[in-house]
Design a binder for this molecule. Structure first.
Ligand code: P6P
Length: 283
């Protein structure tokens, strides 16, 4: 597994360089979710595939930018599911973007996730790694090397509220839930980039990130294998919770297709319990 984390560190340095030096325009293709691909999306996906091509323990790759499962090494052990450059459309307005990695062993489902990692490309390159051994581990790059900063723990209750999705298409009880948190004094922190938005809540002690099902997108927008489940693992390892609109742990998801999405809520315990109450799904 350490070889995979070392490879992610090397990938992070390469993608950061690409963000800072390459064309931010659109390619002439779109991905499996029908989203227009930036040249940076394609380049980041290429860099990740090239890097893992030399890591024998990686059996398969599943990418947001690819249709199906790409076999790399027949005798490999892990499947790496990744979003090569999440929120890439924010790069041309100089906001932070990120890469997300879920490392699975066996069938691609939540309970088979063995580790997850994400990289934030911002004023600094930051890396978070979660395994079953303990709390998420936070690293920061300096001159191409990643220095360990510390373990990350969510407080029982936070103060940040990151409400995703098109507000006019929220259901009434979701709108009430979001407004009630603001009435309690929560601060709005939403950039439109899942990685920096969830990273901020983890590092600032807690709160909630929500991307619900909406009238136009009932199953939500965020992809289970390479966005939702990897962050669900991060948040649970940090002492928080991560559930869907039925109050079910996102770690119990079993996608039927590599690009399946799910409504998703990640946060400190207080906020997630409030969400379950608002959705009428308290245990
Ligand atoms: P909306 C970026 O496109 C992304 O996939 C996530 O990074 C982000 O959380 C979400 O979509 C933002 O979606 O609908 O709020 O713009």
């Amino acid at each position: 597994m350490q070889t995979i984390f070392q490879t992610i560190k090397e990938i992070a340095i390469e993608i950061d360089h690409a963000i800072k030096t390459e064309d931010l325009g659109y390619s002439d293709s779109s991905n499996s979710s029908g989203e227009d691909q930036l040249k940076l999306d394609v380049k980041s996906d290429f860099l990740i595939e090239k890097a893992f091509a030399s890591v024998d323990i990686v059996k398969n790759l599943v990418s947001e930018e690819k249709e199906g499962v790409l076999e790399l090494h027949e005798n490999g052990k892990y499947t790496v599911c990744y979003d090569p450059l999440d929120g890439s459309s924010l790069a041309d307005v100089n906001l932070s973007v990120g890469s997300i990695f879920g490392i699975y062993e066996g069938e691609l489902k939540g309970e088979n996730l063995v580790a997850s990692a994400y990289v934030v490309y911002g004023p600094r390159i930051e890396l978070m790694i979660a395994t079953k051994e303990g709390k998420p581990l936070h690293y920061r790059a300096q001159e191409g090397l990643f220095n360990f900063i510390g373990e990350v723990t969510l407080n029982e209750k936070g103060k940040l509220n990151a409400p995703g999705g098109t507000q006019k298409n929220w259901c009434d009880y979701h709108k009430t839930f979001v407004d009630d948190l603001f009435a309690e004094g929560y601060r709005l922190r939403y950039s439109g980039g899942m990685v920096p938005d969830l990273h901020q809540i983890l590092l600032k002690g807690g709160g909630i990130f929500s991307y619900p099902g909406t009238s136009d997108v009932p199953n939500g927008k965020l992809r289970q294998l390479f966005e939702v489940i990897p962050f669900a693992f991060m948040y649970e390892q940090a002492g928080g919770q991560a559930v869907n609109n039925k109050g079910v742990r996102l770690m119990e998801l079993v996608p039927s297709h590599p690009h399946d999405t799910s409504p998703c809520f990640f946060g400190s315990n207080y906020e997630i319990e409030k969400l379950k109450e608002a959705y009428g799904v308290t245990a």
